[in-house]
Design a protein around this ligand. Structure first.
Ligand SMILES: [Zn+2]
Length: 268
């Protein structure tokens, strides 16, 4: 399923919402931005044909990828064949795109399996047409995660750094301390707009980013204190983070509230 939103957050930005459907309903939205001639992320493998068709007749000069997860680079191989694009990603993500990476069943169900694709390393800055994107390393969600910052306009494309102000789940491979440091560092940039890969343009984005950084560091602090009291992880999770939900079940625990507490326990 694809939904095209021209003028998303700015008249020069088009957001393509992309999702696999189950009984006609979207399972989980991801997305891609076309800004100037730059495509920022390209959604999951399952919607690659739809995105490629939607881009017919539009100018696309570069494919910039925020990180290696399949819901961000899944159309890269097809776009390479149809449009001659080569995805650019943080240097540590290049071998993941070229040789593939492990993918749990729930991810294969939600997004499909990405074909391997030739990739190139991002520079410190990527100029595409009149726009210049500073490449800001923002590890945490994944080690190769970056944001793209267009300083003149104050735009930040955040991939999976933002997602929601109050996250209820963490992946088991996420680095919570790095995630908080990354959020704090981008929150200090002179931002006007924040573009999330899953949500679309974030309302009141710069302030929402700051609030998310504060919320996560507060949550880390409470979890630390409760763990220091000797409470078991399950109880700390219930008090500091909240209950588990559908995503925990669907991902067999790879996504969970408890992963917050495990991350804090690892960092103590
Ligand atoms: Zn991701």
């Amino acid at each position: 399923m694809i939904r095209i939103e021209p003028g998303a957050g700015d008249r020069d930005v088009t957001f393509f919402r992309l999702a696999r459907t189950l009984a006609g309903r979207p399972l989980y939205w991801s997305g891609a931005y076309l800004v100037g001639g730059a495509l920022v992320d390209c959604g999951p493998p399952v919607t690659a044909p739809e995105l490629t068709r939607a881009l017919d007749g539009r100018r696309v000069d570069a494919l910039l990828v925020t990180h290696h997860h399949e819901d961000h680079m899944g159309a890269a191989a097809l776009l390479g064949r149809h449009r001659g694009l080569v995805p650019k990603i943080h240097a540590s993500g290049v071998p993941r795109l070229e040789r593939g990476f492990p993918q749990e069943t729930y991810r294969r169900v939600a997004w499909g399996r990405p074909p391997r694709v030739h990739a190139e390393a991002l520079g410190a800055e990527e100029a595409v047409g009149a726009l210049r994107f500073e490449v800001i390393p923002t590890p945490g969600h994944s080690a190769d995660h970056v944001c793209f910052f267009e300083r003149e306009r104050g735009w930040l494309f955040t991939g999976d750094l933002f997602l929601a102000e109050r996250l209820r789940y963490l992946r088991d491979d996420e680095d919570l301390d790095s995630l908080i440091t990354s959020l704090e560092s981008v929150a200090r940039l002179p931002l006007t707009r924040v573009f999330c890969a899953h949500r679309g343009p974030v309302r009141d984005g710069p302030a929402a980013l700051r609030r998310k950084a504060e919320h996560l560091s507060g949550l880390r602090q409470s979890a630390r204190e409760l763990l220091a009291q000797g409470l078991p992880e399950r109880e700390v999770t219930r008090r500091a983070v909240g209950p588990e939900g559908f995503l925990t079940w669907f991902s067999l625990g790879r996504f969970s509230a408890r992963n917050f507490v495990k991350a804090v326990a690892r960092g103590r």
